[in-house]
Design a protein around this ligand. Sequence first.
Ligand code: KG4
Ligand code: ZN
Length: 338
Amino acid sequence: MIVLGIESSCDETACGIVDGDGRVLANELYSQIPEHAPFGGVVPEVAARAHLEKVGPIVRAALDKAGIALPDVDVVAYTRGPGLMGPVLVGASFARGLAAALGKPAAGINHLEGHIAAARLSHPDLEPPFLALTVSGGHTQIDRALPGFRFETLGQTRDDAAGEAFDKCGKLLGLGYPAGPYVSREAKNGDRSAFRFPRALRGVDTLDFSFSGLKSAVLRLVESRPAEELLARRADVCAGLEEAIVDMLTERALQAGQATGIKTLAVCGGVSANPRLREKLPAELEKRGMKALFPDLRYCTDNGAMIAGAALFRLKSQCLVFEHLPVSPGLELGEFLQ
Ligand code: KG4
Ligand code: ZN
């Protein structure tokens, strides 16, 4: 069994290939960060055009890396959402066209399920019951894994996502795009207790999250201090900000464990690459007899292997929805796929 997965929901054009045992044979990616950096955020139209240009070469590169010929692909999986409409459409159309040309089924995959699959690619024995904390640029939620590869959402953000909080606050502090990794790099040299930022919904009986207060707090700070002072103390501000986000995520993880009695938590999505989260959350969970599992760093942010992985895990649980596309006899594969 060979599953090829295409990811194009935001600003990474990615293709991954997994075999029937969940081994990743290839995980190729083109990051559009340089294209969007001058704008300080993702420009959907620019992203869609870049996907269109790169998707063919990236699929070709993944096939070459895996040493797989196109006819050996059994399923063409793709991100069907959530994501930016133009970018999703480019990847979905390419995947479905490829499937039609090959006479193989296509399968649309939920992007968030893809992130959870990334944790299982790195920890093959991750089986329900487990909790999944998905923390990305667009989403923050906690789910309970049900038998098969299915999920029930227990709580989610009421406003911004955790990654969005990193990005927006980092931008206010003059850091580059996306600011999450820059904030965590600065934070390494900072004092985590020099600036205290609010922990929203602390002690409230909910599994929801709220991060928008952080943006207001950082904005107030930026407006109230001289620019030179802020620059000189940027590491401390970043460390305080990172600590607040990590604390809020950790508190919910502990509460979800207590509410469900489930002891294993998979942490996934771009923010799961954050070193402080990877350090503090497992340590706190361990104190309560819980265990946290993170994907390998290369599978934290958007990638194609996670989409192929989610399709494989659904297939094994007999809940993959196949799209059998009409084979078009006249349909020719593009030059890059020959
Ligand atoms: O999962 P992802 O690649 O895309 C979405 O599905 O949104 O996540 C991207 C998010 C961005 O907000 C980025 O700033 C954040 O993940 N991120 C980080 C780190 N690496 C990526 N946030 C904090 N620390 C990091 N090291
Ligand atoms: Zn993502």
